[in-house]
Design a protein around this ligand. Structure first.
Ligand code: MG
Length: 390
């Protein structure tokens, strides 16, 4: 008899050790276009790998998280934010024995639909497309994975599993949009999706604070009134005494993440037990979130978020960059909608009869702009409007 590790690789092994309320591949609603199962890669593993190999994923590198990509080389971009979220979500999934592969696929795809220039870019496109259904990044992520990515000859899109697409639909505030209705029909979100939401929020609160300190938008003195920071700083001082400025900052950031992850795990375990969540059906029927921080962390986090909103997201340097980004997108949208012949061929083909476009030229222009990195949008603006000839 051979040892287990000498068996032929099988996708089933990991499902065997999951909690009964975890999602498993054999309970999946599957893919839009049926496929043969792979001999050793599981359903959600394949999703994860498709996402990583997509063009939209690579472009996250050049998209703003808070600071416009390219301001310096060490602050977060959407790509590094996404990797932090995936890492935290996987850690949570493993500790709770839910599906780590699914969690990772949801995390890696959660920001795919963001246009350049962060939320300012999203607001600009929503305005531009107001008469054509608007623009919302989760709905756009669905368009990307179902329609715009084209790695296969026989169908559009990445053909991701229903559950990864469902997580995008649950995340969209446009609950009644036709694109999400079917994907919201299975009941409450999976624990794997809820974990990614929680990981996203704890990752950005913490790293936005870190980036704001690292890029000089904030000083340590500015944080005197922020309870979350001060309490974490107290823990660091009790342990490390008086470390150097940078070591202190890194240690407080680390403490904040560890504190939130630990709290989330304890609170979630308690909720699962209290509500007697024993099966996937119980998760689907739960009328409140099962993954949530405790009251102390929730209050500290809310205070931190109010502070970040006022002092970082509305900092003059951030506003100046995002306002410019917004203006680039509005100008590009107006010019390309007026003259879709200026679009690259791949997009031009989608305009008008024969193409796969469903919302006319404006939607195609929106797709083109939403796919751009910050730098490409800036370059395209210069190419279209600079008096110098190209
Ligand atoms: Mg995010």
């Amino acid at each position: 008899m051979s040892a287990l590790w000498l068996d032929p690789p099988s996708a089933v092994h990991t499902d065997d050790i999951l909690a009964p309320f975890a999602m498993t591949a054999d309970q999946s609603r599957g893919r839009q276009h049926p496929e043969e199962p792979h001999s050793f890669r599981g359903l959600y593993q394949r999703d994860r790998e498709r996402i990583i190999h997509s063009a939209a994923f690579r472009r996250l590198l050049g998209k703003t998280q808070v600071l416009v990509a390219g301001v310096n080389d060490h602050h977060r971009t959407r790509l590094t934010h996404t990797l932090e979220v995936a890492q935290i979500a996987r850690c949570l999934a493993r500790a709770l024995r839910v599906n780590e592969d699914l969690c990772e696929a949801i995390a890696l795809s959660h920001d795919l639909g963001h246009p350049p220039f962060g939320h300012a870019g999203e607001a600009a496109l929503d305005e531009c497309l107001a008469d054509h259904g608007g623009f919302e990044h989760n709905l756009h992520a669905l368009r990307i994975v179902d329609e715009l990515e084209e790695p296969y000859a026989d169908h559009p899109g990445l053909n991701l599993s229903w559950e990864v697409r469902e997580a995008m639909a649950h995340h969209s505030p446009r609950r009644d949009d036709e694109a999400v209705r079917e994907l919201r029909s299975a009941g409450s979100p999976l624990i794997e999706a809820q974990l990614v939401d929680a990981a996203d929020s704890l990752a950005y609160d913490t790293h936005d604070l870190d980036d704001a300190l690292g890029s000089g938008l904030l000083t340590l003195d500015d944080l005197r009134g922020v309870g979350f920071w001060q309490q974490a700083a107290g823990r660091v001082r009790a342990k490390l005494g008086d470390p150097s400025r940078d070591a202190f900052r890194f240690a407080v950031v680390r403490t904040l993440i560890d504190w939130q992850v630990t709290d989330l795990l304890e609170q979630t375990r308690a909720r699962l037990e209290e509500r007697r969540i024993q099966t996937l059906a119980d998760v689907r029927q739960a009328d409140e979130p099962l993954v949530a921080a405790g009251p102390t962390v929730r209050a500290l986090k809310a205070e931190l978020e109010a502070f970040l909103f006022e002092r970082v997201y509305r900092h003059p340097r951030v506003l100046r960059l995002t306002t410019k980004g917004r203006r680039f997108l509005q100008a590009l949208f107006a010019e390309l909608s007026r003259m879709p012949e200026l679009l690259p061929m791949r997009y031009r083909r989608r305009v008008g009869p024969g193409g796969r476009a469903d919302g006319g030229a404006r939607r195609v222009v929106g797709d083109y702009l939403a796919g751009m990195t910050d730098r490409f949008a800036q370059g395209e603006y210069v190419r279209l409007f600079s008096p110098a000839m190209d």
